[in-house]
Design a protein around this ligand. Structure first.
Ligand SMILES: O=C(O)[C@H](O)[C@H](O)COP(=O)(O)O
Ligand SMILES: [Mg+2]
Length: 303
């Protein structure tokens, strides 16, 4: 695999790189911001690309927010973007459950280990769910819970799917309940399985970490509907209708964003160094995943 081209500071190379693409798929965490801290020149760079007539799509694995929540964040941070340009892993999972998996009612209810973003997108697709942010699950497990879970009296017979996402309110009762549904044959899905979450210019346990206990207990991996899943790429292409050879994925994480672009046979991939992956990881001769090019920060594209 050819070595990635370093573009920072090379205006001619940046101009040539941008001219190859009509569409830019942007990752969010670690590319546009770290938590609520916007990286330098991000709004201006987005604006520049729009002025060049580029189509932009924001493809995030962060399942804690819905597309509408992201629009509010974009507005708060001054990033020019429309809600229809956002495609998050919660939306990807909700579309998959509603339009692809299509379990026969009534056994198509979802038990959620995740935050409001998952619930809002399931609502948008008309998918019934329990768990998630329900305060009834935010308590210690009691002896009678074990009995009622084991005999099924505490379980909803219509649950046919367990869906895990980044869950800031993890506890044993929720995990034990999800485990019992999986033991009874529920389909095991994840919005994404990122190991870490970039925030406050540091790293924290990600969705993959918050779901790891359940995966360990049940002894199988969930089907992940986030990057690098090509079910997500197909859904993104289906919704935005673009020529993959003229599309570029911009991301901070090799095993999700860059792999997503490579596996999706996009025209190109661009890594930024403001998030999870370090350049040493992809410059190594034997690196399994190499972006086409990289910059220190997204704002370096601003000419
Ligand atoms: O743990 C997670 O869910 C991810 O780190 C995360 O939220 C990634 O978001 P992205 O970089 O795809 O916008
Ligand atoms: Mg990211």
């Amino acid at each position: 695999m050819p070595q990635p081209k370093y573009l920072t500071g090379d205006t001619a190379a940046i101009e040539e790189f941008l001219s190859r693409f009509d569409v830019f798929l942007f990752d969010c965490d670690g590319v546009l911001w770290s938590g609520d801290h916007l990286f330098p020149n991000v709004p201006e760079t987005i604006e520049m690309l729009r002025k060049k007539g580029k189509q932009l799509v924001f493809v995030t694995n962060n399942s804690t927010k819905s597309r509408a929540d992201y629009k509010k964040k974009f507005d708060k941070l001054g990033i020019p973007a429309e809600v229809e340009e956002v495609f998050g892993s919660s939306y990807s999972a909700a579309v998959y459950i509603a339009r692809i998996l299509k379990l026969p009612a009534p056994k198509n209810k979802v038990f959620v280990l995740g935050e409001s973003g998952v619930e809002q997108e399931l609502d948008a697709e008309g998918v019934l769910y329990i768990g998630g942010t329900d305060a009834a699950f935010r308590r210690d497990i009691e002896p009678e819970d074990f009995t009622n879970l084991a005999n099924g009296s505490a379980l909803d017979p219509d649950v046919g799917v367990v869906l895990t996402g980044l869950d800031f309110h993890l506890n044993y009762l929720k995990m034990a309940t999800a485990f019992q549904y999986l033991q009874r044959g529920a389909v095991y899905l994840a919005t994404n399985i990122d190991s870490t979450l970039p925030n406050a210019h540091s790293l924290f346990p990600g969705a993959g970490a918050s779901g790891a206990g359940l995966t360990k207990a049940i002894g199988k991996e969930p089907l992940s509907l986030g990057k690098p899943s090509q079910a997500m790429m197909d859904a993104v292409e289906g919704k935005f209708q673009f020529d993959r050879s003229r599309a570029c994925m911009i991301g901070d994480r090799l095993n999700t964003d860059i792999q997503f672009g490579i596996d999706g046979k996009l025209g190109g991939t661009l890594a930024v160094l403001t998030g999870v992956s370090k350049k040493e990881e992809f410059l190594a001769e034997d690196a399994p995943t190499k972006p086409m090019a990289y910059v220190n920060s997204l704002g370096d594209l601003l000419m």
